[in-house]
Ligand binder design. Sequence first.
Ligand code: NDP
Length: 307
Amino acid sequence: MAGPDTRAAIIDGKAFAAGLVERVAAASARLEATHGLKPGLAVVIVGEDPASQIYVRNKGETTARAGMRSDTHRLADTISQAELLALVGTLNADAGIHGILVQLPLPAQIDSSAVLGAIDPDKDVDGFHVVNAGRLAVGLPGLVPCTPLGSTMLLKHQLGDLSGLNAVIVGRSNIVGKPMAQLLLAENCTVTIAHSRSRDLPALCRAADILVAAVGRPEMIRGDWIKPGATVIDVGINRVPSADPVKAAEGRTRVVGDVAFAEAVTVAGAITPVPGGVGPMTIACLLANTYNAACRAAGIEPERLDA
Ligand code: NDP
């Protein structure tokens, strides 16, 4: 347990993600050697949003590094919904593409849920399709959203069996909070989901053996909200002004999580840093999902990747 003279173990998501990408690359190479099947991921990006451009470039580079086919479709932000749906239809029908990811946000003239709903659920490597949300809810195999999947892998790596642990998830979005709750329930945790209407959030958090923060509010969760020895997964990615006033005046920024790390690290038993914790796991799990989707499409049992 951490205390004034001790510090929490730092959960190195960057290193774990690098290992996962290597395992996916090795499994994909064996799949190609034994079955002539190369997993393929298509990423669709609409418009010029700089953050999305960076994410998409990283995804493309990591996919290619893992020895997979990587197609990026860059579309003007004037594209119509019908044109985008037609592209999704073409990718659904392409036997060489096993994963389709449409980068969000989409421009205002496009109904995001209609586009995400048009993706073949068996190629939905983001795991956002209602069919995959339903499969997760009832415990059927399917494609699971990458960020909560990666967070669960880090927890199992850190703690082993999660059975019976009290897990508190702060945040109830469809892409992080809710699927995280389903995954931890499947690991036999006792799960509480907190949100903006929850009463006495600090007290709820203090009951957690596992605390997952997915709020989008910089350093909201303080050290004294954390049970001594708890394992803290900080999903938040928030850009705030640099801590150095001179740099801040120049408009320089830094990235912080939803947890006040400097405080939490003296109380928690283990914690993910931001950056370098959950973030790198998201792309690694996208590749794992693409590999699994390729295997399932061909009726081949995928290798286990969560070593
Ligand atoms: P959303 O904005 O969709 O959801 C935020 C959730 O936090 C909501 O459920 C909201 O409650 C809750 N919330 C907001 N304010 C409070 C509060 N004061 N007290 C308690 N709960 C509150 O965010 P996402 O789930 O998409 O993302 C969460 C964070 O994770 C963001 O920082 C995002 O950048 C990051 N993220 C990181 C990823 C990664 O790769 N590491 C991937 C995806 C997200 P309510 O429902 O009541 O409004």
